[in-house]
Design a protein around this ligand. Structure first.
Ligand code: UD1
Ligand code: CA
Length: 460
């Protein structure tokens, strides 16, 4: 059995955040903080995880990977009480090493978890807390030392001036010996300003029981930061943003100006990609070499082959081949597969469609629920009429077809390979390959009629 397990505390309601839901669901770079924390645990090789959830449990369940167990804390009675709520999980793991970490502290990365674990084992501690020296320790628990050894943790609100002057803070992440954690939890009492059971008191308790208590310095002071308020959440977003930029710069990505640029930590971006201002890259995007994304574009769970150009456009949950150009001012909605060399110009919307190689959809066009071949040319203002008010229907367009300007293709309908539609046609029947469809009334021309009209009205 794996001897390393984790308890993540996420029952807090975020009153200071003024959110209705769980605080741990507040987002850093488009991702709930709890999502970061779960990744940090699994990234450190810890697979037995128990998340302590509170009132907003349903919201939290939605992001938990399979195999993660939960414990419920009905009332918010403190971090120590929250860990007690995971007692059943802990009882079965008395011999294990237990990581306790917080749902509102996203940057306790696997390397720090591992470093603290190594120290924990090397010193044979009952508990090892991750600590950090920060410029402004306001709001954090302080590490109190006696003769250099960790003696206790005192909360900001419970400390005197001397304690508050200490800059070594508690990051809120600890390694415990399972059995001793349970023993210490039994001895907790609410002897503090908030009348809560503080997990932090377990350090002093274990020390007084005669066990070794240690601290592992996280190094980078940003690592320890958590967010209780919107302002702190903003700080975490800024830090995360910089961390992602640093990684991308090292990977050869060009972000000449970072104004308005937000990129999720999960994004996979190849060297030589250029990202311009006002661009959001959310979720699990993959961007191939030499793409240019932006300005003012939003990609979400999008895959772009090499050399694509996206200007002032939105792409959601879709896959683009190589050398595809999009925009300005276009939208590719979910479930599109756009093949190599396709040109999508301005004011085009594509949804749930496949578009074949080198097809051009240059202006003012809606392509929805369509299977389109290669080398097709869409004139300006084409509409695939996919919805009849009751059902959605598909349009099929063969290779090399030419769809004239302002054509309506009323689905379900098929345009055969190499077929043409005349400008302004409304097509309701299938077109054979290589046919020409003209579906519009012939012009009636009345010579001199306009002049006659003006004269009648006394305009000439
Ligand atoms: C806590 C620590 C503090 C540390 C800081 C690091 C305590 C008493 N204090 O303070 O020493 O410096 O984190 O960020 O532990 N939670 C529950 N149930 C509860 C209370 C809290 O699940 O009853 C969860 C919250 O959802 C949150 C986490 O535990 O994710 C921490 O709680 P919070 O109230 O934010 O503690 P801090 O005041 O930040
Ligand atoms: Ca906190």
């Amino acid at each position: 059995m794996d001897q390393r397990c984790a308890v993540i505390l996420a029952a807090g309601e975020g009153r200071r955040m003024r959110t209705e839901g769980a605080k741990a669901m507040c987002q850093v770079l488009f991702r709930p903080m709890l999502g970061w924390v779960l990744d940090n645990c699994t990234g450190a090789g810890i697979n037995q995880i128990c998340v302590v959830v509170g009132k907003s449990a349903q919201e939290v369940y939605g992001i938990l990977p399979q195999g993660v167990t939960t414990a419920v804390q009905d009332r918010r009675l403190g971090t120590g009480h929250a860990v007690r709520c995971a007692r059943e999980f802990l009882e079965n793991r008395r011999d294990a090493d237990i990581l306790v970490t917080l749902g509102d502290s996203p940057f306790l990365f696997p390397a720090v978890i591992q470093k603290a674990y190594d120290l924990h084992k090397a010193q044979d501690n009952a508990v090892t807390v991750v600590s950090s020296r920060v410029e402004d320790p306001t709001g954090y628990g302080r590490i109190l030392r006696q003769g250099g050894q960790v003696a206790a943790i005192v909360e900001d609100r419970d400390g005197d001036d001397a304690t508050r002057a200490i800059k070594e803070i508690n990051a809120g992440t600890y390694w415990f010996k399972g059995g001793l954690l349970l023993a210490a939890l039994d001895r907790l009492i609410p002897a503090n300003d908030q009348g809560e059971l503080y997990l932090t008191d377990t350090l002093e308790i274990l020390r007084k029981m005669g066990y070794r208590v240690g601290a592992c310095d996280a190094g980078d002071s940003r690592i320890a930061l958590g967010a209780n308020t919107r302002r702190e959440l903003h700080t975490l977003n800024e830090i995360a943003r910089e961390m992602v930029f640093d990684r991308l710069y090292d990977g050869g990505v060009d972000i000449p100006v970072t104004d308005g640029v937000m990129i999720s930590a999960e994004a996979d971006i190849a060297p030589g990609v250029r990202i311009l201002p006002g661009t959001l890259i959310r979720g699990r995007c993959q961007i191939g070499a030499d793409c240019v994304v932006g300005p003012n574009s939003v990609l979400e769970d999008a895959v772009l082959g090499e050399g694509c150009v996206v200007r002032s456009s939105y792409i959601t949950r879709s896959v683009l081949g190589r050398g595809v150009t999009v925009g300005p001012f276009s939208q590719i909605r979910p479930d599109c597969q756009i093949a190599d060399g396709v040109k999508i110009g301005d004011f085009v919307e594509v949804k749930n469609s496949r578009v074949g190689e080198k097809t051009a959809i240059a202006h003012l066009t809606y392509v929805g629920d369509t299977d389109c071949g290669a080398g097709v040319n869409f004139g300006c203002g084409v509409v695939t009429v996919n919805y009849n008010g009751v059902t959605k229907n598909r349009t099929t367009i063969g290779d090399g077809a030419f769809i004239g300007c302002n054509t309506n293709l009323v689905a379900p309908v098929t345009v055969g390979q190499g077929a043409y539609t005349a400008a302004g046609s409304t097509v309701t029947v299938d077109l054979p390959p290589d046919s020409l469809c003209i579906a519009r009334s012939r012009e009636t021309i009345k010579p001199g009629a306009a002049l006659k009209y003006r004269r009648q009205k006394g305009k000439e």
